[in-house]
Design a protein around this ligand. Structure first.
Ligand SMILES: O=C(O)[C@H](O)COP(=O)(O)O
Length: 247
């Protein structure tokens, strides 16, 4: 049995366009981001990929991307599951800060450590920071699990139970699963899928709005490491642009 898993990072957001660290701040898509989501759906149609169920984060940039891409594919009606475990990495006190300004203020090494190290989180966000999620009803059930910052390792830790229980269960039922999520929650999932080392994951960047398809074996291991972007040329260029953010 081969299972099909499609990963889709949301289209360009307002804060991607403004070069701001976003994390759990619930910003919308830009017009370009909406067009990317539509194009993602068109690519799935062209490849004959028909998602049977969609999993999203609790953030509107992922939810709207899923809706737009599924609408084009005439799959707007499929069941949906949403979970905070698919949210973007919480960017701590960097949320709302400009990437270029943080790079200039703290230097390349610190900037990259915060952005791409596996286990060094940014400083925690103050609970009264305007970009904290204090009191946000969608996280009311989290209690002590509510993060004030996260490194990628923290994201792997919170994502793995969701991958193993929710997503794998749907795959095992023979469903084609679409996961609409974020740059770093998808980096975490790819790390687990492809067994990428803690060091090498720093070099992996996920472009916005580009479907990445994994065919998986009975043990949910990829048949092809790294999966397959439906538009590989565009994905390579867009991933490069993500890598260079802040410069
Ligand atoms: O939260 C953010 O700022 C972006 O979605 C991901 O940012 P990064 O590529 O700088 O980690």
């Amino acid at each position: 049995m081969t299972y099909t898993l499609v990963l889709l990072r949301h289209g360009e957001s307002d804060w991607n366009a403004k070069n701001l660290f976003t994390g759990w701040v619930d910003v919308d898509l830009t017009e370009k981001g909406r067009a990317e989501a539509v194009r993602g759906g068109e690519l799935m149609v062209a490849e004959g990929i028909t998602p049977d169920i969609v999993h999203t984060s609790l953030l509107r940039r992922a939810i709207t991307t899923a809706n737009l891409s599924l609408d084009v594919a005439d799959r707007h009606w499929i069941p949906v599951k949403r979970d905070w475990r698919l949210n973007e990495r919480h960017y701590g006190a960097l949320q709302g800060k400009n990437k270029k300004e943080i790079l200039e203020k703290f230097g390349e090494e610190q900037f990259m450590q915060w952005r791409r190290s596996y286990d060094v989180p940014p400083p925690p966000i103050d609970l009264d920071d305007p970009y904290a999620q204090t009191g946000d009803p969608r996280y009311a059930g989290l209690g002590d699990a509510m993060p004030r910052t996260e490194c990628l390792k923290d994201v792997v830790t919170r994502l793995v139970p969701y991958w193993e229980n929710e997503i794998q269960n749907d795959l095992a039922d023979g469903l084609t699963v679409l996961v609409a999520a974020h740059g770093n929650s998808l980096r975490a999932l790819v790390k687990v899928l492809d067994d990428v080392s803690d060091a090498d994951i720093a070099g992996l960047n996920i472009p916005t709005g580009m479907p990445l398809v994994y065919e998986l074996d009975d043990s949910f291991r990829p048949l092809t490491r790294g999966g397959r972007y439906l538009d590989p040329e565009a994905a390579r260029a867009a991933a490069e642009a993500v890598a260079n953010q802040g410069r």
